[in-house]
Ligand binder design. Structure first.
Ligand SMILES: NC(=O)c1ccc[n+]([C@@H]2O[C@H](COP(=O)([O-])OP(=O)(O)OC[C@H]3O[C@@H](n4cnc5c(N)ncnc54)[C@H](O)[C@@H]3O)[C@@H](O)[C@H]2O)c1
Length: 301
């Protein structure tokens, strides 16, 4: 513990948190500062970013605000530049900024989908690429924490959002492979917390008990940013109230059948004779495919 009332987990580190004007990002920024980090508080809503940064400074922490828009690659570059000019380097990045909406695929709006993908996928790519460039140049490693979601496993009415968060998961695995040699770790966190994102969805609100505050997720992010998690990379970690667990990764499932060439008849027989018993329950709700249902419900017997 020190004068800020925090610990020293991130002492001497400079960290960028995107979308930190409210919600989870605000909690990550405030807790990182309390743990000793100098923080760039980014949010496209610049007033909110400044309010979070001012709050951190008021409590004795180090913070600067950024109103950069992560959808713009030049803004992403400047955001990382702000961290290096203000604090000398960038040691950590929390890729948190995102937007969300619910829609059935045939009712979704093209412009809204584009904005979502630009924010949730390209924003993470642009900011991560800029941060990685700076970290590799500085040669002192680093930690990137991408904020994904349990929705990446598939959820009704959340196709575009789920896909964007699945992209964040794939990016995490790929970048962890790319960056290990440079000493940069890349992990992802799937949170659940009361924020604007949850308040705007009746269904999400039903699934989010009132005690799920953003502050409850911050220790997971801080752990992954800190040196105590050395050797941990390429992981997707989910925190949902009292539950903390690793999210399993997609894999190539046995049996893997072999034919010189697969024709339609061969594929048909593969499903009839082999894969019928290996179909996967799908989506976060683990829905059993219709073909398998008759075998596991008494009604289908
Ligand atoms: N709240 C949950 O239960 C939950 C669950 C799973 C995943 N998540 C993820 O957690 C992260 C934080 O979400 P939240 O719930 O705090 O949402 P939120 O809407 O409260 O906060 C998101 C912040 O990102 C900012 N932002 C949006 N677009 C931006 C841009 N282009 N550039 C910079 N900032 C931008 C917004 O202004 C906002 O302040 C997101 O990645 C979200 O997908 C949240």
């Amino acid at each position: 513990m020190d004068a800020r009332g925090g610990d020293t987990l991130l002492e001497g580190k400079a960290v960028v948190v995107t979308g930190a004007g409210r919600g989870l990002g605000e909690a990550f920024a405030v807790h990182a500062a309390r743990a000793g980090a100098a923080v760039v508080v980014n949010d496209v809503d610049a007033d909110l970013a400044e309010a979070t940064a001012a709050n951190i400074r008021h409590h004795g922490g180090r913070a600067v605000a950024s109103g950069h828009d992560v959808r713009d690659p030049e803004h992403a570059e400047d955001l990382v530049g702000l961290c290096t000019t203000s604090f000398g380097a960038i040691d950590g990045l929390v890729n948190n900024a995102a937007v969300n909406h619910e829609a059935l695929p045939w009712e979704d709006d093209v412009a809204r989908v584009r904005t979502l993908v630009e924010t949730n996928v390209l924003g993470v790519l642009y900011t991560g690429m800029a941060a990685a460039r700076s970290m590799v140049d500085a040669g002192r490693g680093g930690s990137i924490v991408n904020i994904s979601s349990g929705a990446s496993l598939g959820q009704r009415k959340l196709g575009a959002y789920a896909a964007s968060k699945g992209a964040v998961a794939s990016l995490t695995y790929s970048w962890a492979l790319d960056m290990e040699e440079a000493g940069i770790r890349v992990n992802a966190v799937c949170p659940l917390a009361h924020t604007r994102m949850v308040w705007t969805s009746e269904r999400a609100l039903r699934g989010c008990p009132p005690d799920r505050t953003p502050s409850r997720i911050a220790p997971v992010v801080l752990y992954l940013l800190g040196d105590g998690s050395a050797g941990i990379t390429g992981q997707l970690v989910r925190c949902n109230g009292p539950q903390l667990h690793i999210v399993g990764q997609p894999y190539l499932k046995a049996p893997i059948l072999e034919r010189e060439v697969w024709d339609t008849d061969g594929v048909h027989r593969a499903f009839e004779e082999v894969f019928g018993a290996h179909l996967e329950p799908y989506g976060l709700e683990k829905r059993v495919p219709p073909r398998l249902r008759k075998w596991i419900s008494a009604a289908g017997a």
